[in-house]
Ligand binder design. Structure first.
Ligand SMILES: NC(=O)N[C@@H](CC(=O)O)C(=O)O
Ligand SMILES: [Zn+2]
Ligand SMILES: [Zn+2]
Length: 445
């Protein structure tokens, strides 16, 4: 693999539009786009096979579990999973052990990411010390450190105290950073394990009401308005949250939001089996919520897709539903779920996929080297996707150290073939000749 040398990507269709072209890359930057380009001496050639070229994906919500739970994921295994999923940048949440609530930890995670070099790992800083919700963390120190932390979140927990959240928003505005809120009023979710609806009632599972999310979304929109700050809503899961986001926009409040692939595809009908793999926060909701989330993503009311990739050890997921840890894997399957729920449903075209997977997340968090248009002079953070190729998910074959995917054994549409970070190949499936029409995609090299 050439480090920062020359790469010639043959035969790709940027955004799935027009005739295939070649894309030449030198020193990590796109230098030419055209037909029948000659490979410069020593250039690595990547055959695109007429497939779709997109900007590399950016995930605002990943759990990498390092430091502390390296048995379930490391910066390396998570970076590999991300590259295979078409990602070139991920934001690693702060709910590690110890919590990433100071610059020593955020800089450590950032350095680990650089050493691995498969994806840009941006550590998320905690909003409060120890995620305890009581005392603001040293956000300024983290923002000023080597990692230049841009996103702060107590994810896993809600910044519940309105006074603390108000101060955090004011502080974030001054620092030019963004807070991502895990919207969950903890007093409404004590003991809750599943969406509070007919399915949970029938199955005897304690319910997690929509109001637990929506009351915080509404409150934080108002706090952001008063502070003149921006706020980002993590893993939006209800139709009511969509309506609140729409309302906030009409008021000129700067609220952005993400939706996870699992909330786009799955609903609480999955819970019938009591399989702990389906336990997640916020919980899988009802079909009406799912359809509202898809429509909101198509319309732009929800800005982007974020995986909430949450690896857990199998012994923490296989137990009784109420005992299973909440969270599911997402990085390696996200593109396929977006193809299934949005592209194949005619809700998004490939320009739209680039918008929700790459451009908007980069803009929201202020990354200037990711989510860029595929044009000469832009960094070559790219992914090649075969829209026709289906593949069968097998938990144990994923690059993640964990296998808690809710899509195990499912055949999903859309395959990532190659990912490039600043022109360097970070993931590549076996030669196109090995990609069989219905028998799954080629092996990862
Ligand atoms: N989504 C989850 O169910 N779990 C996440 C935490 C979180 O995103 O709230 C985790 O860290 O496991
Ligand atoms: Zn969360
Ligand atoms: Zn999370």
């Amino acid at each position: 693999m050439a480090a920062t040398g020359s790469v010639l990507i043959k035969n790709v269709r940027p955004y799935g539009e027009g005739e295939p072209v070649d894309v030449a890359v030198t020193a990590g930057v796109i230098t030419e786009i055209g037909h029948d380009l000659a490979a410069p001496d020593g250039a690595e050639v990547v055959e695109g096979g007429g497939n779709i070229l997109l900007p590399g994906f950016v995930d605002l919500h990943t759990h990498l579990r390092e430091p502390g739970r390296e048995d379930t994921e490391t910066v390396e295994s998570g970076s590999r999973a991300a590259a295979r999923g078409g990602y070139t940048a991920v934001f690693a949440m702060a709910n590690t052990a110890p919590v990433a609530d100071n610059a020593t930890i955020t800089d450590h995670v950032w350095r680990l990411g650089r050493e691995v070099g498969l994806v840009d790992v941006h550590p998320v800083g905690a909003v409060t010390v120890g995620l305890a919700g009581e005392q603001l963390a040293e956000m300024g120190m983290m923002a000023d450190g080597a990692a230049k932390v841009k996103l702060f979140s107590d994810d896993g927990k809600c910044v519940h105290d309105p006074v603390i959240m108000k101060r955090a928003l004011e502080y974030s505005k001054g620092l030019g950073v963004l807070i991502s809120q895990h919207s969950e009023d903890p007093r409404l979710t004590v003991g809750s394990v599943a969406h509070d609806g007919p399915t949970a009632a029938r199955l005897g599972l304690a319910g997690w009401p929509r109001a637990a999310e929506e009351s915080i979304v509404a409150r934080d929109a108002l706090l952001a308005r008063d502070a003149g700050a921006r706020v980002h809503i993590a893993h939006a899961s209800t139709a009511g949250t969509v309506e609140l986001l729409r309302w906030a926009r009409t008021q000129g409040i700067e609220v952005t939001a993400e939706v996870t692939p699992h909330h786009l595809l799955l609903d609480d009908s999955r819970l019938e089996t009591y399989d702990g793999v389906n336990r997640v926060n916020p919980p899988l909701r009802e079909e009406s919520d799912k359809l509202a989330l898809r429509a909101a993503l198509a319309e732009g009311v929800i800005d982007c897709v974020a995986t909430d990739h949450a690896p857990h050890a199998s012994q923490e997921k296989c137990c009784e539903f109420s005992q299973a840890r909440p969270g599911m894997l997402g990085l390696e399957t996200a593109l396929s779920i977006v193809v299934e729920t949005m592209v194949n449903a005619d809700l998004l075209d490939w320009r739209g996929v680039a918008r929700v997977m790459s451009e908007r997340p980069a803009q929201i968090v202020g990354l200037d080297d990711q989510g860029r248009p595929i044009e000469v002079g832009e960094p070559a953070n790219l992914t090649i996707v075969d829209p026709e190729q289906a593949w069968t998910v097998k938990g144990e074959e994923l690059a993640s150290r964990s296998d808690n995917t809710p899509y195990d054994s499912m055949t999903l549409p859309g395959t990532v073939l190659t990912t490039l970070l600043r022109g360097r190949v970070t993931a590549q499936r076996d030669g196109l000749s090995n990609v069989t029409p219905n028998g799954g995609a080629g092996e990862w090299l």
